[in-house]
Ligand binder design. Structure first.
Ligand SMILES: [Zn+2]
Length: 496
């Protein structure tokens, strides 16, 4: 046991090497492993349990607004991609293509692909084309609309520069696809979903986010417009967390998704698609964790509480486990997810082990606690310890979990706002990105692609989003790059 503990890799401090810190956190919290196929990732039980919680929460929210789940095949005929020109341009560079359907032995007994397919099949990088080919069969009349489907699936994008959870050749996600009779309905759907995502990030993942529209340069291939949710990681870089696309009639025309309207006329539907992936787990790690390991917000943690009995010669193992089990049962009754660590070992080592795994709250129970009818609570986020009477410990645990959730959100709000800089000219913008921990630069942009590309070339920062304008009277400023009058307020940042 002890040898195994010693083999655990030390966590590189994030101030020293953020990127290595991130990988060390994943390894120490046992979330994922490398796969034999470069760029792919094995998600281990501790990591997958987080994904299951994410699925559970979002699935409920989707169903509340009438979205149903379905499943479409992973293989898409290559010709489907040809139908929407922008779409194929966006995905061609990273498509895995199946050309054969069996393995055969050559004269030397070596296995080679055989049975060439008449048409190559693309392993889905996203499912617009296959889903809309089905919608064209299913949708006939205005009575069939709206269609609101979601699928939980894997997709493959053959990325060369990969990083666990953030960018992998295969990843898990949900993709929603809706079809509507009017443009207005599709516009509303695009925003309704973004609001669901936003609430999810704020209320469950404790991640403050920025919402806005993608520039033409950054929008989804084939969309009329893309709206996005972005968040700042602790190193000041941006991570795109979820996107929602208004597809207009860009797909319904080539895929002939038509309906007979109330006026008897044949019309093309208006469509949206939207998605969120296992990348969100990468965000959770990067927003909240520290140099001791993973920190998970209670509302998404697979285990909210871990009970660690403190072994002592003065009490029998059986008695101690019994007391700890009673505590566990009471927490379970209160719908708190809890794990009891029954293995023997030194408390210090165990505390360290559970800290690395990010369990929000630890309960310690030993002979002293039992005698005094108390237990000790130790918070993962602040390290604070508190002794509470056994009488109403459930109430205390609940209150502490809420407090941890709130504190993690507040901490993220604090560093995000500290690292958000208003800029009004180009030298200010450039100086923001001279810092290693640059953060977000907030300024006006004229809308010209040339200015956007100049920023990217000079600083590596991109326009993460054009902020939504809530005010009646639009703010007018000057483009930070060319100083021409500008209406769009945007966030520039380096991004994952
Ligand atoms: Zn400009």
């Amino acid at each position: 046991m002890e040898d195994k503990e010693k083999q655990v890799k030390k966590i590189t401090p994030k101030e020293e090497d953020y990127s290595q810190w991130y990988l060390d956190i994943i390894e120490n919290a046992d979330l994922a492993d490398n796969s034999p196929v470069r760029g792919c990732m094995v998600i281990k039980p501790s990591g997958y349990a987080i994904w299951e919680n994410i699925q559970g929460i979002l699935d409920k929210e989707f169903k509340k607004i009438g979205i149903k789940n379905a499943y479409f095949p992973i293989f898409i005929p290559q010709s489907f991609f040809q139908r929407e020109a922008e779409h194929i341009k966006g995905f061609a560079k990273e498509c895995a293509v199946v050309t054969h359907h069996r393995l055969v032995a050559d004269s030397k007994g070596k296995l080679i692909p055989g049975g060439k397919l008449s048409e190559p099949l693309v392993v889905r990088p996203t499912s617009e084309t296959i889903i809309y080919s089905m919608y064209s069969k299913w949708i006939r009349s205005f009575r069939d609309l709206p269609v609101k489907l979601n699928q939980w699936a894997n997709v493959v994008r053959w990325e060369l520069r990969t990083r666990p959870f953030l960018r992998t050749a295969e990843f898990l996600w949900q993709e929603g696809h809706t079809a509507h009779a009017t443009k207005k309905e599709a516009d509303e759907m695009t925003f309704e979903i973004l609001n669901i995502y936003e609430k999810f990030f704020k209320n469950y993942l404790a991640i403050p986010v920025v919402k806005g529209k993608k520039s033409e340069q950054e929008k989804f291939a084939g969309a009329v417009y893309t709206i996005t949710i972005e968040a700042m990681m602790q190193d000041g870089k941006a991570l795109q967390l979820a996107t929602s696309h208004m597809l207009g009639q860009n797909f319904s025309k080539p895929f002939k998704v038509r309906f007979t309207d109330k006026d008897g006329k044949l019309k093309y539907v208006w469509q949206t698609s939207w998605g969120l992936s296992t990348r969100v787990i990468g965000a959770l790690i990067m927003v909240h964790s520290d140099n001791k390991g993973l920190i998970l917000p209670p509302k998404i943690a697979p285990f909210q509480v871990v009970i660690v009995p403190i072994w002592d010669k003065k009490i029998s193992r059986q008695e101690l486990i019994e007391k700890a089990s009673q505590i566990k049962a009471k927490l379970r009754q209160a719908k708190i997810s809890v794990c009891l660590d029954e293995q023997e070992g030194r408390p210090g080592e165990k505390f360290y082990q559970w800290e690395r795994k990010g369990v929000p709250l630890r309960i310690e129970i030993g002979i002293k606690d039992i005698k005094g009818k108390r237990i000790t609570l130790a918070r993962r986020d602040t390290g604070e310890k508190k002794s509470v009477p056994l009488r109403d410990f459930v109430k205390e645990v609940k209150a502490t979990l809420n407090d941890i959730q709130e504190n993690l959100y507040q901490k993220a709000v604090n560093y995000s706002s500290q690292l958000t800089h208003e800029v009004s000219n180009y030298s200010q913008l450039k100086s923001v990105f001279e810092n290693k921990r640059a953060g977000f630069a907030l300024g006006f942009w004229c809308g010209d692609k040339k200015c956007e590309l100049k920023v990217k070339k000079d600083t590596l920062a991109t326009i993460r989003c054009v902020l939504f304008n809530k005010k009646k009277n639009k703010d007018i400023g000057k483009c930070v790059v060319c100083q021409k009058p500008a209406e769009k307020k945007v966030i520039f940042a380096k991004a994952y």
